[in-house]
Design a protein around this ligand. Structure first.
Ligand SMILES: *Cc1c(COP(=O)(O)O)cnc(C)c1O
Length: 372
């Protein structure tokens, strides 16, 4: 199958659906699970993943940009709420409303912009107001009085949601998460005192769910990474993970060529590897332009014929070289796993000095996604 492809990713939508059901069961019926499908669903393919999650009953999808939200609507996802979490560009506000996307508002002055747009359309708009509870990135200052004043001045804007984001939810022990939750709940309480009671308060992503930060679950959680079967790696003595999720993606490439080399000859750019013995190497059809981290040069692993074998030499743009001296019968066209059960996104991240999110998002579109 797919014998003409140099590289591809096999994605199990059943697995993602099972992960979703597991997370939903863990947080319980009072907390909605919003499914984060930004960045091509962390490399799994946004539209296919979103359609499956909608079929599983996902009440909300969340994306980063207006363009991603438009793509979901154009793909026929019409009846599910889509929250645009991080598009602060006013140039996109009208499109958000045209496509019935729910804006996250990051600036009180933008409430007036949405109010005008709503008036011009003769209706009301629902938004989620994002508060900076202490991460220091997007979001309005946590000042309930200023928020209430701005909201009252915009009668055509309904604050359906109040949201924030945790900067350190996987850090133990740490004080930032507790402080952020406290700040957020204080603002929510003060707004309620001023008559503003958003029905969806949400602050937690995967880390807060996995590590059981129940005070942060509130009305909704926004989960990305754990839908795709990974747990954000913790620093320090974290509690055991509450969820039971499994990775849904295996990334594969093919052997382009196999050759025998004598001892003492260089392999690849910069001669970073010199054969120590007569060696058999296989050249495989994926490199850093496909998303193989260059930091894996001379240290990564791939699985060939069921055995995890080392990468030799530098990762090139479109290829890398692997050592198959000790396994017999490897030939052109054979499948090789770049990321799979024995060497997953966490293992790659540890070797490449990054996080599993980065590894998954870097798998390029030219590795076709195949749903299995
Ligand atoms: C990406 C993102 C999430 C999801 O984070 P995970 O750790 O992948 O669950 C949630 N909220 C916001 C605002 C995000 O940008």
């Amino acid at each position: 199958m797919h014998d003409q492809l140099r590289s591809w990713a096999e994605v199990s939508l059943d697995r993602i659906a099972a992960n979703f059901r597991n997370i939903r069961a863990v947080v319980g019926p009072r907390t909605a699970v919003a499914c984060v499908v930004k960045s091509e669903a962390y490399g799994h393919g946004m539209v296919a993943v979103a359609k499956r999650l909608v079929a599983e009953g996902a009440p909300w999808l969340t994306v980063t940009s207006t363009q991603e939200g438009m793509e979901l609507r154009q793909a026929g996802i019409q009846d599910t709420h889509v929250l645009v979490m991080a598009d602060a560009l006013r140039a996109n506000f009208a499109s958000m409303l045209d496509y019935r996307l729910t804006p996250a508002v990051h600036d009180l002055a933008d409430l007036a912009v949405f109010n005008e747009l709503a008036l011009a359309r003769g209706g009301r708009v629902r938004v989620h107001l994002k508060v900076d509870s202490g991460m220091g990135r997007l979001g309005v200052a946590a000042d309930a009085r200023a928020i209430a004043e701005a909201v009252r001045a915009c009668p055509n804007v309904e604050i359906e949601g109040l949201m924030s984001h945790l900067a350190s939810s996987s850090d133990f022990p740490g004080t930032q998460t507790g402080q952020q939750v406290q700040t957020f709940t204080r603002v929510a309480r003060e707004l309620a005192g001023a008559g503003i009671r958003p029905s969806l308060r949400h602050i937690s992503a995967s880390g807060g769910v996995v590590y059981g930060l129940r005070d942060a679950w509130l009305d909704m959680v926004r989960v990305g990474l754990s839908l795709y079967g990974y747990v954000p790696s913790a620093s320090g003595p974290a509690p055991a993970s509450l969820i039971d999720v499994k990775p849904a993606l295996v990334w594969k490439t093919r052997v382009l060529s196999v050759k025998e080399l004598p001892a003492g000859v260089p392999v690849g750019y910069g001669a970073r590897h010199i054969t120590e013995r007569p060696a058999r190497i296989a050249v495989v059809g994926a490199g850093y332009a496909d998303g193989v981290f260059r930091q894996l040069s001379c240290r990564g692993l791939v699985c060939a014929a069921g055995v995890w074998v080392p990468m030799l030499g530098a990762v090139s743009m479109d290829m890398c070289t692997i050592d198959v001296t000790d396994i017999a019968g490897v030939k052109q066209g054979d499948e090789v796993e770049l990321l799979g059960e024995g060497f997953n996104a966490d293992n790659i991240a540890a070797l490449a000095g990054t996080i599993s999110y980065d590894v998954l998002c870097k798998i390029q579109p030219r590795s076709e996604r195949i749903y299995v």
